[in-house]
Design a binder for this molecule. Structure first.
Ligand code: NZQ
Ligand code: ZN
Length: 394
């Protein structure tokens, strides 16, 4: 077990009716004048905007509304948000939505306390020392931003999607009522389940193999997500199954499943280039890449893939042929993605193959011109990234 720090300061308020506590929570964390930040129509359709603004009116909280966050949230709206907050002396940001809205809120929070251009942080040119407080009402279990230290923003200028990680942006609270996820379309439900699985797998596929407790938690989480997503696709109003997914979303990315392990996150880095260039849903992009990443790296630690195949995918262990068992685990994962209508290759994701030039451009951006490596299970250089994109492009 390698040394680790486990830090999860977010107050989780989970279950039916918990949104009623939002004003109280905002006040508890020092908010008096709030930016209510949201995406397209879902926050309104769910009745959350009405509910929360009435609650704030009744409890004497001032607020300003800013909607329009799109999936793969854009830097231009973040900058607009920063200006609005400055002009209105905002001291708290409430995100109502999923990873995109929460990340846009976190970036606004950073920008309010950072003297330079907020993009500096994402461009490795600056460090955030503080940030304005953010709270979230989660409406889609997926990205795990409600408890993570991460914030991912797309700069339209150059199609760059970059993340910045710091504890200062962690949400003060996360309100999670699974009933608000009943309206999620099948596609978003499946993308979310894929992202939750992947946040766990990015930690599970680690060069460290002596983490029994963390492994057991991760394996249980992955089996629960796999079973619950089928329950939800059968009955979108299955409260208990929606609740499993929602809690799993947070636990998968608050680092519980990474304690004592080296993280990998190479599939995520490769995917961010896909969603930056083609504006695809993050979860679908991950599903399209993971099988190719897995086949490319599995021989670095075949025992790990065997463990996954047996304990998560339910494959019988062929002790005489570990590679066969490992491959069956990867194939089982592909069948899972297909069953929930996720793509397992880039052509399935985009409806066409990538050109040679596009692959080179993505690998170049991902490796920052062959100066940056990704992953720990296998450390990927630019040439490896090209090979994985090519494998996924078949
Ligand atoms: O815009 P609205 O109308 O709200 O619609 C959204 C959006 O179109 C819809 N939706 C949300 N809740 C709904 C709903 N539709 C019906 N009923 C509801 N209850 O779902 C769509 C997707 O929302 P989005 O917030 O984009 O999804 P997700 O949570 O998957 O977030 C994806 C973003 O998070 C980043 C991704 O890269 C991507 O930009 N990530 C953030 C991470 C983090 N900060 O820790 C880690 C992740 O690995 C990821 O990179
Ligand atoms: Zn993710």
């Amino acid at each position: 077990m390698i040394n680790f720090t486990y830090y999860t300061p977010t107050e989780v308020v989970f279950g039916k009716g918990t949104e009623e506590k939002t004003a109280e929570l905002v006040k508890k964390y020092g908010g008096t004048n709030v930016l209510i930040h949201y995406g397209g129509k879902s926050a309104q359709k769910l009745g959350l905007l009405d509910k929360i603004t009435k609650q704030f009116d009744n409890q004497g909280l001032k607020y300003t509304l800013l909607g329009g966050v799109v999936p793969n949230p854009r830097l231009s709206l973040v900058k607009k948000g920063i200006e609005i907050c400055k002009a209105n002396s905002i001291d708290f940001i409430l995100a109502i939505g999923g990873g995109s809205v929460i990340d846009s809120s976190k970036a606004i929070g950073y920008g309010l306390d950072y003297e330079g251009d907020v993009w500096d942080l994402f461009d490795n040119k600056g460090v955030a020392k503080t940030s304005k407080p953010v709270g979230a009402i989660l409406t889609i279990p997926a990205a795990g931003s409600e408890m993570s230290d991460s914030c991912v923003i797309t700069n339209e200028n150059g199609d760059l999607k970059r993340g910045y990680n710091s504890n200062v942006c962690r949400c003060k609270f996360a309100v999670m009522n699974p009933e608000f996820t009943f309206t999620l379309p099948e596609f978003q439900t499946a993308c979310g389940a894929t992202d939750i699985m992947m946040h766990t797998m990015e930690r599970y596929f680690s060069p460290d193999t002596d983490m029994k407790l963390t492994d057991s938690i991760a394996e249980a989480l992955m089996r629960t997500v796999r079973d619950s997503v089928f329950d939800v696709l059968k009955d979108p109003k299955d409260y208990n199954a929606r609740a499993q997914l929602m809690w799993a979303s947070s636990l998968a990315h608050n680092d519980l499943t990474g304690c004592g392990m080296k993280r990998d996150f190479a599939t995520h880095r490769l995917e961010h280039e896909l969603s930056a260039m083609f504006d695809v849903a993050h979860g679908a992009g991950l599903a399209a890449l993971w099988p190719s990443w897995a086949r490319y790296v599995m021989n670095c630690n075949i025992a790990r893939f065997v463990q996954f195949a047996v304990n998560v995918a339910g494959v019988e262990n062929n002790f005489a042929d570990p590679e066969k068992t490992a491959l069956k685990g990867i194939e089982a994962m592909e069948r899972f993605y297909k069953a929930i209508k996720m793509p397992t290759t880039i052509p399935e994701l985009l409806g066409r193959k990538l050109s040679e030039e596009e692959i080179l451009e993505m690998a170049d951006k991902c490796s920052r011109g062959d100066t940056l490596t990704h992953g720990s299970f296998k450390v990927l250089k630019m040439k490896d990234m090209i090979e994985i994109y090519k494998l996924a492009n078949k």
